[in-house]
Design a protein around this ligand. Structure first.
Ligand code: BEZ
Ligand code: FE
Length: 283
């Protein structure tokens, strides 16, 4: 988006993620929040921090290092990345308590609205000779009563075979491996793309430095992102993973669910095919 250098950097993708987040906020007007709610939520967060400081006997040196790291996180534009890696999965768990149908998962920082609309049988926009194992992803969108949902939109985006997202890595064309596929009269879709690689949290920024300092690994398993929406239905934001995929059992963002794992079948010509049906809640 804004980087001019051709190699992806944490600062480049962090800045782009912050810009994308700000643009998405302009579409919503912030709801008024009562003082009671702010006091209750922020009070609990602060109490958790205070408890950790007491339990861990945090020193002044460590407190000042934390302050410096938080300053770096903001300056690097990495707040969306950090929060989506370490916090969003719990917000999603809470949202999931009231949602029927297909399980949700985190949105993450790399969604870009307004992508090209595509028919029910479509290939995602890709570079000529896009590298990666060809993948056909097909299925049906139904409501919780089992009725097909015609004209549902599958807003899909994923990393390329090196783990980079278009819009956040300057060497990729805008819109690469992103699109909005519209289901046919029977709610069906068939999307041709390539299998994404696992995603690595950028290691050259503050989030990566924290992960390294804690001795954790920086990986998310390979995944497809989707927002499935239709008029009169509650949209679902989710991710689909691949059976046997590396990091499936140790996702740094803790966003995997057993119901969201695809079982691709090799078609004899090097293409993988995977079927998955989505169920939307009316209302
Ligand atoms: C992702 O799903 O791509 C993602 C989620 C959280 C943080 C970074 C990336
Ligand atoms: Fe992702």
């Amino acid at each position: 988006m804004t980087s001019t250098d051709q190699s992806p950097t944490a600062r480049g993708s962090g800045t782009s993620a912050t810009q994308a987040f700000r643009a998405s906020r302009q579409e919503h007007t912030a709801a008024a929040v009562s003082a009671e709610r702010v006091s209750s939520v922020v009070g609990r967060i602060l109490a958790g921090v205070h408890d950790a400081i007491r339990a861990e006997k945090v020193t002044y040196d460590e407190f000042q290092a934390a302050k410096q790291w938080l300053i770096d996180l903001g300056e690097g534009g990495e707040w969306p990345l950090f929060l989506d890696v370490f916090v969003e999965h719990v917000v999603e768990d809470v949202a999931a308590e009231t949602q029927q149908g297909t399980k949700g998962s985190i949105l993450g920082p790399y969604y870009l609205p307004g992508q090209r609309k595509l028919p029910s049988v479509a290939s995602l926009p890709a570079r000529p000779g896009e590298q990666g194992t060809p993948l056909v992803f097909a299925g049906q969108v139904r409501d919780t009563d089992g009725n097909p949902v015609a004209g549902a939109e599958l807003d899909i985006w994923h990393a390329d075979s090196e783990g980079y997202y278009s819009g956040f890595a300057p060497h990729l064309p805008d819109g690469n491996l992103r699109g909005v596929v519209v289901t046919d009269g029977q709610g069906r879709f068939e999307i041709s793309t390539v299998q994404p690689a696992p995603y690595q949290i950028p290691t050259d920024g503050p989030t990566g430095r924290l992960i390294d300092a804690a001795g954790w690994h920086p990986w998310r398993p390979a995944h497809l992102h989707l927002i499935v929406r239709a008029p009169g239905c509650r949209p679902i934001t989710t991710q689909l993973y691949f059976e046997g995929g590396e990091w499936l059992d140790s996702d740094i963002a803790q966003a995997t669910k057993p119901e969201l794992v695809l079982t691709p079948v090799e078609q004899g010509d090097g293409t993988l095919r995977s079927e998955y049906d989505f169920v939307l809640e009316r209302g």
